[in-house]
Design a protein around this ligand. Structure first.
Ligand code: SF4
Ligand code: SF4
Length: 205
């Protein structure tokens, strides 16, 4: 029977350990996810989208459509290809879509590619984020919606800070340019995940 999240007691498919129970990595790195993680992510990420969307609707609701298409293409496909396909979570067999805290449900159309992102992938990753944030920003500025603009900017900063602390510091995708996991914890994870370690050591030569 398929489940909404991976079994928290079972090590990742990239992990050579037999049990997660006494793993020291477990206290620092998020190898498994649950509904609470997903809700927390949505609580952090959605507010700037809601305020940005209000700014667009204020001028013309139809302008939401291109933004919606952009978000769907980026978070559903482009980001998955350039960033998530490097993540050990992506390597899990038996699931056709992601079951993590962000991008939950996005399809896994490409093969798992352990190791760092290329310079081109990083460029695509950042350009996508700038376009997604820049689109509502343009409506807020051109529509002179100063109060909403201030709220939007504050919420973007709060979102960045909250993600940095609560997620990027504990994320197993070391390839992401925003990943902030300590080197010691990375080394502990590499010890248990030889496929990932080998891919990183090849590219560090
Ligand atoms: S590194 Fe392996 S054993 Fe440790 S928590 Fe992650 S999946 Fe479990
Ligand atoms: S990088 Fe983050 S969003 Fe992408 S698969 Fe890994 S945990 Fe999920």
């Amino acid at each position: 029977m398929s489940s909404l999240f991976l079994d928290p007691k079972r090590p990742l498919s990239t992990c050579s350990s037999t049990d997660c129970q006494d793993c020291p990595v477990r206290d620092h790195l998020q190898c498994h996810f649950c509904g609470k993680d997903l809700v927390q992510f949505l609580f952090i990420a959605l507010p700037p989208f809601i305020v940005g969307g209000m700014g667009i609707v204020h001028l013309n609701g139809w302008y939401l459509v291109p933004w919606f298409v952009l978000c769907l293409s980026y978070f559903g496909f482009v980001e998955i290809r350039v960033m998530c396909s490097h993540c050990p979570h992506y390597a899990e067999p038996g699931t056709k879509s992601l079951q993590c805290w962000a991008n939950y449900g996005s399809p896994k159309l490409w093969k798992y590619r352990p190791g760092p992102m290329s310079a081109g992938e990083k460029r695509v990753f950042f350009v996508g984020l700038v376009l997604i944030a820049g689109y509502p920003l343009a409506f807020l500025v051109l529509g002179m919606q100063w109060l909403l603009l201030a709220l939007f900017l504050v919420l973007v900063v709060v979102m960045g800070a909250a993600m940095h602390t609560l997620m990027c510091k504990h994320c197993m995708n070391f390839a992401c340019p925003l990943n902030n996991v300590d080197q010691k914890i990375r080394a502990d994870f590499f010890k248990r995940n030889p496929v990932v370690a080998r891919a990183w050591s090849r590219t560090n030569k």
